[in-house]
Ligand binder design. Sequence first.
Ligand code: 13P
Length: 253
Amino acid sequence: MNNRTPLIAGNWKMFKTGIEAVKTAARLVKLVAGTTDIDVMIAPPFTALAPVSDIVRGSCVSLGAQNLFWEAQGAFTGEISPVMLVSAGCKYVIIGHSERRQYFNETDETVNKRMQAAVNNDLIPVMCVGESEKERESKDTFSILDKQVKKGLEGFSSDDLERLVIAYEPVWAIGTGKTATSHQAQEVHQFLRSVLEKNFGNMLAKSIRILYGGSVKPNNIAELMTMPDVDGALVGGASLDPEIFSKIVQFKK
Ligand code: 13P
């Protein structure tokens, strides 16, 4: 047993207008009302953050953003600052998602800058790491993950990282219907915890939540959650429908 509170997070990616997001969030708040032993977070697109914030306020659902820029303000057309996210009601921010690494030139260095901005602004970072299918096949999974974690967290002390969340999202399992088996997830989560331990000590490594992401559905969440180092899930497709997402949140029932 450990004392990490599980976190079930929904990454809505580039789906839902403001009105659709408000409807989904309102339904979700009703469906998961009374959840006490699990943290719940949803990350709608930027344009829906402020209206969804009004809906989830006072409920057990927290708000997160899908990305941020590291400057507080300035001439950075198209970017969103951590201060803006906080004022829109965000508690969490997803950083370094594989889709950003793949399509928007995100690197371990820019992940590190975003991490610093998140921590300095009291946002809880959900730092995403994961290997591609090719990297897994060539047995590079552990070396890739080691590098992503070390570079992403370079310059931080264990005190800075108390609220850090890591999401292990194997790229080959995202949106493909191919889930890592619970044992594959456990093997990697255990490895990630050992990397944290080596770099930041046992206390921190034990307290950090490591989520699994990649085709999580109501029918596989319970099995994943039996693994000792799986502390929750970062859910894409199945988080868009509140009825389905609430089943993932309530996996114990
Ligand atoms: P899917 O659940 O759609 O596979 O997406 C996972 C993901 O990328 C969450 O961030």
